[in-house]
Write a protein that binds this ligand. Structure first.
Ligand code: GLN
Length: 281
């Protein structure tokens, strides 16, 4: 079997940290159904040719405005949109990366930012305020659990966005979103082939929430507060092959999310390879 190449967009931000955790996580791929560690390669992506080699991609945390400007200057913006939205190859964005993968984002300076898109969500940039309001919080991530309940994950939030709205998955949402003030949208794209079309039909799943203040208070004090009304902020979503987290797993030494994601990648790669090896009709 040929190698699986996973790229990390390396224009700005925490790309080195992602590569280290990917390497660490790949060593844990030891189940019989896993693609073994020696079959994976992890590369930094700075050019369209490097992107072309990738089966899957991570967009790191950093500064989304800078990343999109440098991507445009490096002639990477359109190839990135094709990668995510035409080919629907597995892509994961952390923090600034989540902003870039959103179909719609608010609080951007006019003209200061371009989006790639791929997730039918609207994100609110810098939801928690400025750099000084960065924080860490234990997160329950049920998607990581096998049969046993898993330890909370240390969520690192640095000027983090949240998903403030799940958008309906239909054509034309970008046009509707564009009518809002101070909102930037991604250009729409149509899936390229059958595998990509199937991947596009998926709806957004909420994979994790940061409990709201009332819920946190209820948990720590035991006081029965109506936590229902304060259901918390959405900090992890997945739509088909596209995954986004508000926080930075790459700034921890916990490889669990990277391992989970590599397994998502291997499923997608196997599916595509099977589809390509079918006899043509
Ligand atoms: N708020 C930043 C942005 O707009 C993201 C911060 C981060 O990635 N830590 O890009």
């Amino acid at each position: 079997m040929s190698k699986v190449t996973v790229g990390v967009l390396a224009l700005q931000g925490a790309f080195y940290e992602h590569i280290q955790l990917l390497k660490q996580a790949s060593q844990l791929l030891t189940q019989p159904q896993d693609i073994p560690p020696s079959q994976w390669e992890f590369i930094e992506v700075r050019t369209p040719a490097e992107l072309d080699r990738c089966d899957a991609l991570i967009l790191p945390g950093g500064e989304s405005t800078t990343i999109s400007l440098v991507a445009a200057r490096s002639n990477l913006l359109e190839p990135l949109r094709d990668f995510v939205k035409l080919h629907r190859k597995p892509t994961w964005g952390t923090c600034a990366g989540l902003i870039l993968l959103a179909e719609s984002a608010n609080r951007t300076k006019q003209g200061g930012q371009e989006l790639i898109g791929g997730l039918d969500v609207r994100v609110n940039r810098n939801h928690f305020g400025r750099q000084t309001e960065s924080f860490q919080a234990p997160l329950k991530l049920p998607f990581l659990a096998g049969s046993e309940p898993s330890e909370p994950f240390n969520g690192v939030f640095i000027r983090a966005p949240v998903v403030e709205k799940i958008l309906p998955s239909r054509e034309g949402i970008q046009v509707e979103e564009n009518q809002r003030e101070e909102t930037v949208v991604a250009p729409s794209r149509q899936a390229l082939d059958q595998v990509a079309r199937e991947a596009m039909e998926n709806h957004v799943e909420v994979l994790a929430k940061l409990p709201g203040r009332a819920a946190r208070l209820a948990e720590t004090t035991g006081v029965d507060i109506d936590a229902e009304k304060d259901s918390g902020d959405i900090v992890a979503v997945k739509q088909g092959n596209v995954f986004g987290t508000s926080f930075h797993p790459e700034l921890t030494d916990d490889p669990r999310i990277h391992l989970w994601w590599l397994r998502q990648v291997q499923d997608a790669v196997k599916k595509r390879r099977d589809a390509n090896s079918l006899p043509l009709r």
